[in-house]
Ligand binder design. Structure first.
Ligand code: ZN
Length: 310
């Protein structure tokens, strides 16, 4: 492990590697951890590892320096998607302790809500019978031509209007069962912003933009930015594409909507370090898994190697 850390340090120093790390929900140690979540202890150990290998700055500072070629050492930025309550309750105190400023991407229509749609579906599945789940799967299947995905993935890839049809059938019976208060309040987002963290748009309702009409995309992107600007009383300059896979979840037309509004930094989920031909409206981001330093090293070295040859 010490050897791998040394190799990575050497490679980073040589290449002045720049990486944007991405996180979603973080959970307290006493709660079960889903595959899209990270325990608080794993987050803390990942942060220590990132700090061992990189100087950490805010994403706007990183991109500005990268674009003009003034990066002198390996540098990273941290981003947090979806406006989870854990970002305020658990992450902010740790960032304060490490004196780090990060970017938080928030879907403004979900601010002050208790949960995301996928929390509703997961809770329904936990509390329903096999035949009830089968009926839900059949309903989703009737609305989509994609059949090889999990239930959550299938619903994620429905246009907003069809997603709403599915959710309406389970919402009444399920919403009382959900652990409330999973998402941030407006006041908490405002506090993050006032303390120097960057708040970015993430659409109003978190659709897969590529599945929606241009009119709906303009509404989802611009009205989200306007709502955040009204709340924070400052210009929003950054945005995260929901789900974020380039050419599948979003395309050039969505980048043009952002550019026309003056957004300067938009992040995707393409797993790569920053490369010379960086498009600031499609910035790649990397996720770490668990708390094993050796695996972090392997993963990042593989990503760096791929970036060199692609
Ligand atoms: Zn998201």
């Amino acid at each position: 492990m010490i050897l791998k850390n040394s190799v990575l340090k050497l490679v980073n120093k040589q290449l002045r590697t720049c990486v944007v790390f991405n996180f979603h929900d973080i959970v307290d140690e006493d709660k079960p951890v889903r595959s899209d979540q990270l325990s608080l202890s794993s987050f803390r150990s990942q942060l220590c590892w990132i700090q061992k290998h990189f100087s950490i700055v805010r994403i706007d500072e990183l991109i500005d320096h990268f674009q003009v070629g003034t990066v002198t050492k390996p540098t990273a930025a941290l981003t947090f998607d979806d406006g989870y309550k854990s970002h305020f309750k658990l992450i902010k105190p740790i960032l304060d302790e490490f004196q780090i400023k990060a970017a938080f991407y928030v879907s403004s229509a979900h601010l002050n809500n208790d949960y995301y749609w996928h929390d509703l579906v997961e809770t329904y599945c936990q509390h329903s019978t096999a035949s009830q789940q089968k009926m839900l799967e059949q309903e989703v299947a009737s609305l989509t031509s994609q059949s090889s995905r999990s239930l959550i993935e299938s619903i994620k890839y429905l246009p907003l209007t069809k997603r709403a049809i599915v959710l309406s059938t389970i919402e009444e019976s399920t919403k009382q069962l959900i652990t409330k208060d999973l998402l941030m309040k407006s006041s908490e987002v405002l506090e993050l912003s006032n303390e120097g963290h960057l708040i970015g748009g993430h659409t109003l309702n978190h659709p897969i933009l590529a599945l929606e009409s241009e009119q709906i995309c303009v509404h989802e992107i611009i009205d989200d930015l306007l709502a955040l600007e009204k709340l924070l009383n400052r210009k929003i300059t950054t945005f995260a594409y929901p789900n974020g896979i380039p050419d599948r979840d979003f395309n050039m037309s969505h980048q043009e909507i952002l550019a026309s509004y003056g957004v300067k930094y938009a992040v995707n989920t393409d797993k790569s370090v920053l490369k010379k031909d960086l498009n600031p409206l499609s910035i790649p981001r990397v996720n770490l898994y668990g708390s094993n330093e050796s695996l972090h090293c392997n993963y990042l070295l593989r990503i760096i190697t791929n970036s060199l040859f692609n």
